[in-house]
Design a protein. Structure first.
Length: 114
């Protein structure tokens, strides 16, 4: 059974940091293209960052220089280190795995507010 379980979300003040984790099981994690998406209230889901099986990364312009995506294939886990958080980063963050098929996690909420 395929599972993607996000954790690490919460409430943080502007300028603060959070690290999200995505624990994967039920498929060959190391072979999959992994991504973080987010969806803010009333907005469409958008790509935040992605990482290939080989470790090549890509970021949305809005998070470049502030967020870092990484993966640990030995632990079947992907991470998103988020620094200098802004109120506009408030959203539900989703983990996505893609290759020939596509899997989604259930999401973890991030709220940036003072």
């Amino acid at each position: 059974q395929v599972q993607l379980v996000e954790s690490g979300g919460g409430l943080v003040q502007p300028g603060g940091s959070l690290t999200l984790s995505c624990a994967a099981s039920g498929f060959t994690f190391s072979s999959y293209y992994m991504s973080w998406y987010r969806q803010a209230p009333g907005k469409e889901r958008e790509l935040v960052a992605s990482i290939t099986s080989g470790g090549t990364t890509n970021y949305a312009d809005s998070v470049k220089g502030r967020f870092t995506i990484s993966r640990d294939n030995a632990k079947n886990t992907m991470y998103l280190q988020m620094n200098s958080l802004k109120p506009e980063d408030t959203a539900v963050y989703y983990c996505h795995a893609g290759r020939l098929v596509s899997y989604w996690g259930q999401g973890t909420p991030v709220t940036v507010s003072s």
